[in-house]
Design a protein around this ligand. Sequence first.
Ligand code: SF4
Ligand code: SF4
Length: 478
Amino acid sequence: MINFLYVLAVLVLAGQALIGLAFFISCILEKEKRATLFAAFQLTGMLVPIALLLYVKQIGFFDTAAGVILLAAGLVLACGVVFLFCRKTGVNPRAIRGTRGYIEDHVERADERRQVFARNRSLPPGSEQYRAFYQNHPDLEAGDEKRRAKGGPLGQPGIVDRPHEVPNVAATFASLSIPIILSEPDKVKPRPHPLFQGKKSQLSPEEATTRIKGYSRKLGADLVGIARIDPLWIYSHRGEIFHENWQDWGKPIDVSHDFAIVFAQEMSLEMVGTGPHTPTVIESMRDYAKGAFIATQVASFIANLGYSATANHVRHYEALMVPLAVDAGLGEMGRLGYLMTKPYGPRIRLSAVTTNLELIADKPVDIGVEDFCRYCRKCADCCPSKSIPVEPDQTVVNGTLRWKLDAETCFDFWGKVGTDCDVCMRVCPWSHADTFPHRIIKFMVSRNRHARRIFQLLDDVFYGRRPKPKPAPSWAAH
Ligand code: SF4
Ligand code: SF4
């Protein structure tokens, strides 16, 4: 019996030391100096009980009654700790209902024309559309004019005048050229290839779902989910216009599709780690280009099957991506306003295809984000423009309970630094590398509220409350 207890104790302590070692290695790979140092202390601390156990066995203490009691008590304590931090401590009833769980009042569909990007990027001053828009929204005109005079994000003009930034801005614009090409009307609303003209494939919803998800992953989507479309998340009117397609500006957008296939692509930790400097915007645009590549091909695939499909990507949105992704079960919405996924946190970019092809919808998920964000607030503390609310609880905005990011001040900061910043994304504890020890932590925090409190505090200890940007890879030095 005593031998069995002893072996069990050795296995438990060796197991936790191995996890400690894996975390230490993960910190080195993440290039986190502070976390590596703390992980080394932690690993040393984990090795001490093993040494003690071996020593105590050596001197024969476990042959005494006190030794047996101590060993048994230690094992019971270890089981208690595992139970305390791994058991499921309840379900968030709002999260498992998806966006519907957060609706408290009447929700007005968003008008894309009012969106900060559409106003400042699309509307040419002096145009008929410009006059029409500001006649209806005189409160926005002076602020937008001032913003345009200063120059918007992505180096227009400001940042390209800083010679050392030119290569990174050049790379960003190289990636941006792809979504621009892929936003031509026949790419976002593809017609079937002549070979499939007038034909409709009869696929069961199960088969269609399997084929679409498999094809999307093959094209490079890291996560794919399917939502039944809630019309509330479709823009009411078209606002962002490319390819001089001005007849579409201000047109009401019909809710003609029932399903949305939503794709998430992981952004590289190495590049996001440099935010708000230019390497992070190279990564954003690379990911957006990948999203456009996936969405337009999936839309074309569906068109060839004989159904209607619309690609939504960085240069053509008809719907709000985050609510669709929440309803598609890809994650929950975080304090910072981005989708938070379990494997990558907010370190992703989203794109989607809406369609009338009958599919099987995924279920929304509860991964503990709402509870974690209530106490964490790291993104809000680190946001250079103070655009993220610090209050513990969400408020009702346009009928929906959420933490409302101030998109105007955030966009102004983008204009100032010439990138899309990403500081909030960089510092979020959910953004760490998707390595084995972080997976264990996410497993625990997604199901246990005690684990959420502990790991939120430990994140501050290991990574710092206000982590600094990391150096860029040599090829993207800025
Ligand atoms: S930094 Fe903290 S509060 Fe902000 S989104 Fe991430 S987990 Fe939530
Ligand atoms: S992108 Fe930057 S400015 Fe905008 S909310 Fe995040 S941290 Fe703040």
